[in-house]
Design a protein around this ligand. Sequence first.
Ligand code: ADP
Ligand code: ADP
Ligand code: MG
Length: 472
Amino acid sequence: MFKRILIANRGEIAVRIVRACQEADIEAVAIYSDADRHALHVKKAGEAYNIGPDPVAGYLNAHRIVNLAVATGCDALHPGYGFLSENPELAHICARRGIKFIGPDARVIRSMGNKIEARICMQKAGVPVVPGSDANLASLAEALRLADTIGYPVMLKATSGGGGRGIRRCNDRAELERNYDRVLSEATKAFGSAEIFVEKCIDRPRHIEVQILADEHGNVVHLFERDCSIQRRHQKLIEIAPSPQLNDEQRARIGDYAVRAARAVGYQNAGTVEFLMDSDDNFHFMEMNTRLQVEHTVTESITGIDIVGEQIRIAEGLPLAFTQADIQRRGYAMEFRINAEDPKNDFLPSFGRITRYFAPGGPGVRTDAAIYTGYTIPPYYDSMCAKITVWALHWDELLRRATRALHDTGVYGVKTTIPYYLEVLQVESFRSRHFDTGFVEDHPQLVNYKTSRPARELAAVIAAAVAAHAGH
Ligand code: ADP
Ligand code: ADP
Ligand code: MG
């Protein structure tokens, strides 16, 4: 059994992993950059080591991090999400240095990190994939030829992409010609790889993903699905489990696909299989994330399973303590990513000092945060600073409770996405469970919620004053 785990991450996910360690009587060893000297994960962990002055470089230096794990007597390393979590080199170096990597092995990370390889693998396993190319594009001419056979609109995507970057929709030939070099350069800049491919653009899709757990003894289970259709620029904002848009037959089918996908690649530990559901309710495999996800909390809420705890137990070599039939779900859960952004100003990052912070409470409300009163959010990292996860037995009750929980939250000093979510909760299509990945773009008035209202009010005040003046 593990005695010490090095947490190769920061922010709320590092705090989440510290909590799992504490419950398992494992010592948590944190790392931090100079900018993160006052970060919450540093305060929560038993021990913390500075990994240098650069805000980001230290968190991306696999050799240095594993050296530190060895030097501090750790037996395992948890990568969290983002940073090196899907970097096969880190898993490989850990294996070589005798540090157990809490995740799948390097070979699986590498093959699923390549969206083309993943597509080919899933097709072989009988999992339906989004129609598209089965090799990287060699030229624009090839892209145009393929798009003609697939049919417009198409998506140009970075083969090693992630975090919603390196994805562009092309409605016709002209757009494909225009976007080709852009995606190529985005892919090169963001992922250090000029590999791109083309796939069919699914019209008004719903993003449905399945959480899976696989132990080192061949047992694979799924923990039902999450609906992550509420996105902005291909990045998730709100996630819901189970999807309120699926019936039980569809739920069983997508769960089976995910388990089949995990088995096909010899998957171990926690992972997520992402699908797009088209308007005819067909599922299409999109990609597999070989790590813990931001939104794992909603799945924990409906199943009662501690996913990070399970990751640790799986890495310790223990068999899963439950079978598929043992896994029950109850109610609905919804996660809100609290980003330090100004929703009325095109979601511009809003970094700075948190002058006051109150976490929400009450029944069915969970907070995973990296902030506290007096903390200054540094500008170098992701703007997500907290997550609020709300659970309720019934959908309507969840909507009411979520509204209450968001009102119950106090984050002062920076702008956040909370007012935006309060607006989303009022939208009829959301409340009646009919929404797709176009939701945010389809409701531009929500983004301008504040500028439009006071502006209208102000106009009315001025009009009244003018009328009164004219009356004199
Ligand atoms: P999830 O599906 O867990 O919500 P996201 O796509 O939101 O995952 O990614 C979680 C975090 O990891 C975000 O901060 C995102 O920017 C970052 N991230 C994801 N993939 C990559 C990648 N390939 N390279 C760099 N950062 C990434
Ligand atoms: P990442 O690795 O950045 O998470 P994904 O391949 O998971 O990229 O796609 C992210 C999001 O982009 C999806 O949730 C979806 O909203 C949109 N998307 C990706 N591929 C397609 C497609 N073929 N058709 C329609 N939307 C897509
Ligand atoms: Mg994805």
